[in-house]
Ligand binder design. Structure first.
Ligand SMILES: NC(=O)c1ccc[n+]([C@@H]2O[C@H](COP(=O)([O-])OP(=O)(O)OC[C@H]3O[C@@H](n4cnc5c(N)ncnc54)[C@H](OP(=O)(O)O)[C@@H]3O)[C@@H](O)[C@H]2O)c1
Length: 263
């Protein structure tokens, strides 16, 4: 799909990756609809991009329904909003678990459910789901987050199969650690030496490529992390042992401490 002149709804537009994705879509000629909760951030990005604002709380089913109904005719959905939901399972309240599942998994599914019929009727459209390498390789301290990101991967792949030949494309993006802005940067965690990062602009570029070339899955990470995720797929025990010996639990604890305010 050529995004020029098309309308794209971007959730999580107030966040680090959402900003970059919205800017890239606008630069490519798309009309952008920005969604998030923080009204001040939405207003300043909308002014910069000449975009439309669609505030919504994705942990609220009525709000998700209203967002989809108000923008039922969009050509592109980028389901990017997400909570880091980091930490050991027993450290979560029930409410925190529900919120992570609602925002990270239920909202993308329900938005797709609401928007796909019109796209299929038009024979054109594209949906991008923002997963994570945590949706390919589980690690300690990410049980809830991984559950949602693995879920998104499965949902995207199956939906893509269902919509094959309908003219509607489906993609999933798998970022590793993203520097400069977003939930990893905000956590203030220093990674072990040699662990590479990518920028929000890399994620935005991958998102655009996924839409334009109808790519099923794109990893946005240095080769070593991509390789690690691939190995985790066919040798999960080996991968878990390597991560444990490399100090995975200590790093996970730092993420939990740095991201508690986003639960
Ligand atoms: N940054 C990374 O290193 C990285 C790596 C892998 C995957 N990802 C994924 O990339 C996506 C974007 O992450 P990010 O780094 O940009 O994170 P971020 O800066 O923390 O932004 C998160 C976004 O989600 C929105 N959000 C959270 N709760 C919401 C709710 N209840 N209703 C509506 N919107 C809500 C936030 O909007 P408000 O604050 O306005 O509510 C914000 O726009 C996420 O799905 C994340 O899992 C990020």
């Amino acid at each position: 799909m050529n995004v020029s002149g098309k309308t794209a709804l971007v959730t999580g537009a107030t966040g680090g990756l959402g900003h970059a994705i919205a800017r890239a879509l606008r630069a490519a000629g798309a009309n952008v609809v920005l969604s998030g909760r923080r009204a001040d951030v939405l207003a300043s990005l909308a002014a910069e991009l000449g975009a439309t604002i669609a505030a919504a709380d994705l942990s609220d089913a009525d709000s998700v329904r209203a967002l989809a109904a108000a923008h039922a005719d969009v050509d592109i959905l980028v389901a990017n909003a997400g909570l880091p939901a980091s930490g050991r399972l027993e450290s979560f309240t029930e409410e925190q678990i529900d919120r992570a599942l609602l925002v990270n998994l239920r909202a993308p599914i329900m938005l797709a459910h609401a928007l796909v019929p019109a796209m299929v009727a038009r024979g054109s459209g594209h949906i991008v789901f923002m997963s994570s390498l945590s949706g390919k390789a589980p690690a300690g301290g990410t049980a809830i987050y991984s559950a949602t990101k693995f879920g998104l991967r499965g949902f995207a792949g199956a939906l893509r199969a269902d919509l094959h030949d309908s003219g509607v494309g489906v993609s999933a993006i798998f970022p590793g650690f993203i520097r400069d802005a977003g939930m990893f940067e905000d956590a203030g965690v220093t990674l072990p030496k040699g662990t590479g990062t990518k920028s929000p602009e890399h994620v935005a570029k991958a998102t655009l490529r996924a839409i334009e070339r109808n790519k099923g899955e794109i990893d946005v990470a240095p080769m070593t992390l991509k390789l690690g995720a691939t190995i985790s797929g066919f040798a999960p025990e080996l991968s878990a042992t390597v991560t444990r010996k490399a100090g995975g639990a200590e790093i996970a604890a730092k993420f939990e401490a740095g991201q508690l305010d986003k639960r």
